[in-house]
Design a protein around this ligand. Structure first.
Ligand SMILES: NC(=O)c1ccc[n+]([C@@H]2O[C@H](COP(=O)([O-])OP(=O)(O)OC[C@H]3O[C@@H](n4cnc5c(N)ncnc54)[C@H](OP(=O)(O)O)[C@@H]3O)[C@@H](O)[C@H]2O)c1
Length: 348
């Protein structure tokens, strides 16, 4: 009886796999091992897509092991090697794909001394490299590029008549340079270069601009932003202070937004993706209430002085996305940090 149930469920699984792979196409996700890309791959596999993920080293179990544990991965995930800095490196990965999610881009810690060169080159040239491969692909329908709210929010507020930023807004290049915000500068240049290239070459490109992404990490290796959050929960003030006023968004909302703009034929242009904007003092106020067991700093200074901007996300919400709230995103993040042994509860 038991084995019949098992065979039946295997048959059902096989039929389900056949059904899903025939209903959804093949898509490529660049930087597959990363924090956001991994969660997007999880969601794409759940939706029935066949995913080709690019990584710099498919044999590195530490970096890709978590991907192979995802439901559907054995049947519908392939990992191939590609590097943003190697011309033509993405040709094979995108060749058979209808959709490309270009997510790979350096996200380095503030302490990296060569941060400017290491960020700008791969972000801008890498994006154009991926798009040149997309141009050669005969099946391509749409490219979704992950930009960032950093390409919007770095502005001198004293010069602005109103402080509600939307998709028509771009960060100030001169202010990014003055403040040495190389990541923001790279995201501005890479997104602008991608939009120009797509227009010139008739590529259907949509960009998603997430604010600070919060949520569970599938990989045990924490990315830069997740380890900044871990530091904040453990009482570190240095790394987090520099963020100033910031938007926050749940990682699952970011992944769902990528799929939503990919699947919605009318989607066009840029989409800001952010649930809530908070001063860093407001954030630590909420977190100390939500997690009294952690030594979260009571106050953080803001190196940019008084900020008041808001992000207008009505364009994405108009496609039907409903954002999760700040408590849920941090709760899911903390649970994952505890499960992975990064965060220990120590009563104050
Ligand atoms: N985290 C956030 O709060 C946030 C907010 C807004 C936008 N974003 C954007 O979301 C994307 C993913 O960020 P993340 O937070 O998930 O960071 P992450 O975990 O560090 O992912 C970045 C990915 O880019 C890959 N990459 C870097 N340089 C590369 C190169 N030369 N060739 C090939 N791949 C390269 C990395 O590969 P390796 O694993 O081999 O290093 C990694 O998989 C980025 O475009 C970032 O700008 C992130």
């Amino acid at each position: 009886m038991r084995s019949w149930i098992c065979i039946k469920s295997q048959l059902h699984h096989f039929q389900f796999e056949r059904m899903v792979s025939s209903t959804k196409g093949k898509v490529c996700v660049t930087g597959a091992s990363g924090f956001l890309a991994s969660w997007l791959i999880k969601r794409l596999l759940e939706c029935g897509y066949h995913v080709i993920g690019t990584v710099r080293d498919p044999g590195n179990r530490k970096k890709v092991g978590h991907l192979w544990k995802l439901p559907g991965a054995n049947e519908r995930l392939q990992l191939v090697r590609a590097d943003l800095l190697e011309e033509g490196s993405f040709d094979d990965a995108v060749m058979a794909c209808e959709g490309v999610f270009h997510i790979a881009s350096p996200v380095l810690g503030k302490s990296d001394s060569n941060c400017k060169e290491a960020t700008l080159g791969p972000a801008i040239n890498g994006t154009l490299n991926v798009l040149r491969s997309c141009k050669k692909s005969p099946f391509l329908k749409r490219v979704v590029l992950t930009s960032s709210s950093s390409a919007v929010r770095i502005r001198d507020e004293t010069q602005q008549p109103e402080l509600l930023w939307d998709e028509t807004t771009w960060s100030s290049v001169s202010l990014c340079e003055k403040l040495q915000l190389w990541y923001a500068l790279a995201k501005v240049f890479a997104e602008k270069a991608a939009l120009d290239f797509a227009k010139e070459n008739n590529i259907d490109l949509v960009t998603v601009l997430p604010s600070f992404v919060i949520g569970p990490s599938l990989s045990h290796e924490l990315c830069t932003t997740a380890s900044d959050i871990l530091g904040l929960l453990q009482g570190d003030t240095d790394r987090f202070t520099s963020y100033g006023r910031m938007g926050y968004v749940h990682i699952d909302d970011v992944a769902r937004s990528h799929i939503l703009v990919y699947e919605t034929p009318e989607a066009r242009g840029r989409y800001l993706c952010s649930s809530v904007v908070l001063d860093n003092n407001e954030l630590v106020g909420l977190l100390t209430k939500q997690f009294p067991v952690f030594p979260i700093p009571r106050r953080l200074s803001n190196p940019y002085g008084k900020q008041a901007y808001q992000l207008n996300t009505s364009k994405l919400q108009g496609l039907g996305l409903k954002f999760k709230g700040v408590q849920e995103m941090f709760n899911d993040c903390v649970e994952s940090l505890k499960d992975q042994g990064h965060l220990l509860e120590c009563p104050l």
